[in-house]
Design a binder for this molecule. Structure first.
Ligand SMILES: [Zn+2]
Ligand SMILES: [Zn+2]
Length: 293
């Protein structure tokens, strides 16, 4: 079984919800039959990630994340990074230092090193432009990404054939998303995930941050039994996220399996009541959704 639980469902400026980071869990049986999953993967870990994980550890069914009132950081086995914005990476320094120093004894004196997965170009920028400032020095020596993480760098072009697996048979393929660009589409790298159960051949779509780009994603959207798509509720010219008014243009059979996340604090305004009827609805935070049985 594969499940997904959003630590938060908010956009970069949301205050009523934490940012949109999600925990994927892979189970040989099910959450009811197991104390903890066999494998897991955090999709992004933003600035509000540590507080969101701190809250999640107190929710029924997530006790394995709780270490005597603290987050048990080594319970997070892998982290996938979709792109470099702080609402997706801002919690990584705390996670890295906690694994290194609070759990130093786990692996000699080097602490726990979770797997860190992204495209090679995102990982390079992530270290050089974001993480190096805080993580670049350990006592008496300079440090690199490998001191904290077991790094898995996928090909930089974000081609859909690049993938990694959870357990046997849950395949995560990356694809480029059109979130921001400098001169040409995709020249500022950001990624989404297309997940396939290679046994049943069912699939699911996780957009990451993207503009509305239905023609680019249509094949994957039609194939997916479950879709998670970022949304911006308010219209604006030249947006960097999919506007709700644009997502309304998707065919009804696709809308109805689309769960919306990355929304601002106005989601419960009556103006958006129809979302629950015409889409799969707004994703609820800290709720475990089953992707594949
Ligand atoms: Zn974002
Ligand atoms: Zn973003």
């Amino acid at each position: 079984m594969l499940t997904i639980t959003f630590l938060g469902v908010g956009g970069a400026f949301a205050k009523r919800n934490y940012q949109s980071n999600a925990l994927i869990e892979a189970w040989t049986q099910s959450p009811n039959a197991q104390v903890e999953p066999d494998d897991n993967l955090l999709i992004d870990f933003g600035s509000t990630g540590p507080m969101a994980l701190h809250d999640l550890k107190d929710v029924d069914g997530f006790e394995y994340l709780n270490d005597d009132g603290h987050i048990r950081f080594p319970s997070i086995k892998r982290i996938f990074i979709s792109h470099q914005h702080a609402d997706h990476i801002g919690g990584l320094e705390e996670l890295a230092f906690a694994n290194r120093f609070m759990y130093a004894s786990l692996n000699g004196d080097t602490g726990f090193r979770p797997q860190l997965i992204s495209s090679a170009d995102i990982l390079e920028r992530l270290w050089d432009h974001s993480l190096k400032g805080g993580l670049g020095v350990l006592k008496d020596k300079s440090a690199t990404l490998d001191d904290y993480f077991d790094v898995l760098a996928l090909a930089g072009d974000g081609s859909k054939s690049e993938s990694f697996d959870l357990l046997k048979g849950y395949r995560f393929s990356i694809f480029s998303t059109d979130h921001l660009s400098i001169r040409n589409k995709y020249d500022w790298p950001s990624l989404g995930l297309f997940v396939t159960d290679t046994e049943s051949n069912e699939s699911a779509f996780y957009s990451g941050d993207t503009k509305y780009d239905f023609s680019a994603y249509e094949t994957m959207l039609r194939q997916s039994k479950m879709i998670f798509h970022d949304v911006q509720l308010q219209d604006q010219p030249d947006p960097v996220h999919a506007l709700l008014s644009e997502l309304w243009n998707m065919p009804p059979e696709i809308r109805q399996k689309t769960h919306l996340y990355h929304y601002d604090d106005s989601w419960d305004d009556p103006r958006f009541d129809s979302v629950r009827e015409h889409f799969a609805g707004f994703v609820a935070p800290r709720k475990r959704y089953i992707i594949f049985e």
